[in-house]
Design a protein around this ligand. Structure first.
Ligand code: NAP
Length: 261
């Protein structure tokens, strides 16, 4: 039997990269996936792709999509209500939507302030907003929350990166642990995934224009290659399914070994 049958799974940022791969991977395990993205057309494309796969339908999987900017709290509440009314009770939430900038603290003043506001609004406030909106459903279903952290949940990287991104991903891990502690007795499990350098549209221009940066990452990556979005699916399915029934408050590093050295 597929691992996620009878689950309704919401994935934010599901129009691209890691979120899209996880949405497809969950549907292949029989989940009904709700793809959310600030780019509604991209989310719809993810959902259409899922609905077109016959093997997914055979496993009971399906998909819907909505436009959502996770930084807008009222919109998060409204979408949670709409999904409850139109689709059902959500039992899996993947907080994946995120943005990255590579400006340090000493960049132009305007940049660093704007980067801070934008990144914290999406990467950290967004995780809170969506979790808060779906919490009643997740508590009722003894659900599972998976937050997408980073190696920057632990360290700053010396390739250019913004302090806001590092702070946001440290915050995601702290939020994961706090929620795991508070919700464990209710049977809600809260975990994170820590991707390393994953080839997605997020870093496409960096990969195209900055081979030095990629080399710096790869020199620090025992597996010696960038990850793929599909590499994130196994850890996500594990954390969403009963295979991880006694795992909460954890972060699974899917980083090619970056943090081991
Ligand atoms: P991606 O390909 O850029 O996908 C992110 C998706 O989130 C995009 O569709 C993006 O839409 C959407 N999004 C952006 N802002 C949003 C908002 N306010 N509300 C809803 N959706 C929004 O990036 P990815 O590499 O898959 O990254 C996914 C997650 O993994 C992020 O949290 C990222 O920090 C994390 N991560 C990635 C890496 C990596 O190396 N790729 C490493 C560690 C952690 P637009 O394209 O329209 O902006």
């Amino acid at each position: 039997m597929a691992l996620l049958q009878n689950h309704i799974a919401v994935v934010t940022g599901a129009g691209s990269g890691i979120g899209r791969a996880i949405a497809i991977g969950f549907a292949r395990e029989g989940a009904h996936v709700v793809a959310l993205d600030i780019d509604g057309a991209a989310a719809a494309e993810t959902a259409e792709g899922i609905r077109a796969e016959q093997t997914i339908r055979a496993e009971g999987g399906g998909a819907a999509s909505f436009t959502l900017d996770v930084s807008r709290r009222d919109d998060c509440d409204a979408i949670a209500k709409r999904i409850a009314d139109e689709i059902g009770e959500v039992s899996i939430l993947v907080n994946n939507a995120g943005i990255v900038r590579r400006n340090g603290m000493l960049g132009a003043d305007g940049d660093v302030v704007k980067d801070w506001d934008d990144i914290i609004a999406v990467n950290l406030d967004g995780v809170f907003n969506v979790t808060h909106a779906f919490l009643p459903a997740l508590r009722a279903t003894k659900g599972r929350i998976i937050n997408i952290g980073s190696i920057q949940s632990f360290v700053h990287v010396r390739t250019p990166s913004s302090p806001a991104y590092t702070a946001s991903k440290h915050g995601v891990l702290g939020f994961t642990r706090a929620l795991a502690a508070e919700l464990g007795k209710e049977g809600v499990r809260v975990n994170a995934i820590g991707p390393g350098f994953i080839a997605t549209p997020l870093n496409a221009s960096t990969r195209a224009n900055n081979p030095e940066l990629v080399k710096t990452f790869m020199d620090h990556t025992p597996l010696g290659r960038p990850g793929t979005a599909d590499d994130m699916v196994g850890p996500a399915v594990f954390l969403a399914s009963d295979m991880s029934a006694y795992v909460t408050g954890a972060i699974i590093m899917a980083d090619g070994g970056y943090r081991a050295i």
